[in-house]
Design a protein. Sequence first.
Length: 134
Amino acid sequence: MNTYILLKALAVWLLIILAETLHGILRGLLLVPLTGDLAARQIGVVIGSLIIFAVSYFTIDRIGTTNWQQRLFIGFGWVILTVLFELFLGKVLLGLDWDRILSDYDIGRGGFMLFGLLFMAASPSIAYMLRDRT
């Protein structure tokens, strides 16, 4: 895979993170007061997955991948970058403790983030398949 494809995939990830950051702010302001923190985070994973898919759907052709391996590589790259971003945001910027940060990934504690990350990994491939190929 060439550097140009990787740079375009990184640019799309930045767009995803920007959209997800705005989504997180709005979730905190609007949804948390209505549903509580855990329910808002669970609903947020579903909404966030839809945002990720929408961005993937409208940008996958511009990234210029040529096979499913490249799309899967990009999807897992987005996952790694997102987890690093979430850890940095939670610990450094928001000052959350590790238990609170990791609770989002713990299915037993109601965390749905793993499902969202799996969907993120598959989004470039799913978006590519659903795009009109004619």
